[in-house]
Design a protein around this ligand. Structure first.
Ligand SMILES: [Zn+2]
Length: 385
């Protein structure tokens, strides 16, 4: 087999600048959210918000709780919207998007409403368990939360994603046939492949395996379908199929379940600690003015676990890549699709080690290409029998 030569391309200053700004935006967003929660608790503004929520919510607990969540999310949105607007401008500045302002603003409104609906359901369930089973609420809340999480994983491709994007079944006969061959080789069945109309909002290319059970599907962005050769798209499909063969969605749900259980336990501990030491003026566990404390536990835990979860995700990505190498006739289209993706998405091919370790859910392009090359060399050295 001819050895593919992969020039070690350095990142352009443009790609470096774009990714650096994106990272700082993410950090700033996290800090704003964190400080907001701390300030709410430290200044007792959370108590004031709760009192206001009761007045607006006709002194009814559940309704007041909904109003409180609305106020909290609303203020948080006001605090973070300028950063999000900056992010929108950034994509346009680097020619990665031609989304119009009105479309972006409408997405923001929809995102807020979706967050409000999902957030309210979770919080109402949470305080329902706290009120009725103050001893064991965290275990019950965890079970309910995981049930909701699995339901959402199942419904997301049919209910959530279509709120923001249009999807249509892939009609390309040649690609469909290739997918059938790949699936048969994998001994698995994909229930659908969909064309994801990403081009209305971004020039970046993307693909993913989503859903659970009957909604399990591969989605391919039109920005990918329209600009990549069939061999390259097949390489991308093979990677997504690798996620399915290795049951990555199911495994991620188990990981999520374990982390969430620890999270609920820690939240319960924090509530009791605050009550025992009279840190705040909460009138018992079910006083929802303590919600920022629960949110703080979840934010801190997510922050601490981010490198671990990203490492786990990178491990899965490497597995899916390896699966792709084994399934396609040659690694050339994999290599060229990676190079195209890097260029199109202005990705950093070789981010610094700590950036990759902390922030990246995927191995860097340079590592993925090196792995492909190493795999291909090994095949050349030991031809398959
Ligand atoms: Zn992947």
């Amino acid at each position: 087999m001819a050895e593919s030569s992969i020039p070690a391309q350095a990142d352009s200053p443009e790609a470096q600048r774009y990714n650096r700004i994106r990272r700082w935006l993410g950090i700033a967003d996290f800090v704003i959210g964190f400080v907001f929660l701390v300030v709410l608790l430290a200044t007792r503004w959370s108590d004031a918000l709760r009192d206001l929520a009761y007045r607006l919510g006709f002194q009814n607990y559940s309704f007041a709780l909904f109003v409180y969540v609305f106020l909290l999310l609303g203020i948080n949105k006001v605090l973070s919207v300028s950063l999000e607007y900056y992010g929108f401008r950034l994509e346009r500045r680097f020619k990665l998007s031609n989304q119009r302002f009105t479309s972006w603003a409408w997405d923001e409104v929809k995102g807020f409403l979706v967050g409000l609906v999902l957030g309210s359901i979770v919080v109402e369930l949470l305080y329902f368990t706290i009120r009725h089973w103050p001893e064991y609420w965290w275990m019950l809340a965890w079970a309910l939360f995981m049930g909701l999480f699995i339901l959402m994983a199942q419904l997301a491709p049919v209910i959530l994603f279509p709120i923001f994007y249009k999807f249509e079944p892939l009609e390309d006969e040649d690609l469909r046939r290739r997918l059938v061959v790949l699936s048969e080789h994998a001994g698995t069945r994909v229930r659908g492949v969909y064309r994801w109309r990403l081009s209305e909002k971004s020039k970046k290319a993307n693909a993913a395996l989503t859903g659970l059970g009957a909604t399990r599907r591969i989605i391919l962005a039109d920005t990918l379908l329209d600009n990549y050769s069939h061999d390259e798209i097949e390489a991308v499909l093979a990677h997504e199929l690798g996620h399915q063969v290795h049951r990555h969605i199911l495994k991620s749900i188990f990981v999520q379940a374990a982390i969430t259980l620890v999270g609920f336990w820690a939240a319960n501990w924090a509530l009791h600690y605050a009550a025992d030491h009279q840190l705040f003026d909460f009138s018992g566990l079910s006083d929802f003015a303590n919600l920022p404390l629960l949110a703080l536990v979840s934010v801190v835990l997510s922050f601490l676990l981010m490198p671990v979860l990203n490492a786990y995700s990178r491990y899965n990505e490497r597995q899916a890549d390896r699966y792709a190498f084994e399934s396609i006739a040659s690694i050339e289209p994999f290599v060229s699709s990676m190079n195209k993706l890097a260029e199109q998405n202005l990705a950093e091919r070789s981010p610094s080690k700590w950036v990759e370790w902390f922030f990246h859910s995927h191995p860097s392009i340079s590592r993925r290409l090196a792995a492909a090359e190493a795999w291909s060399r090994m095949q050349g050295a030991h031809p398959q029998v």
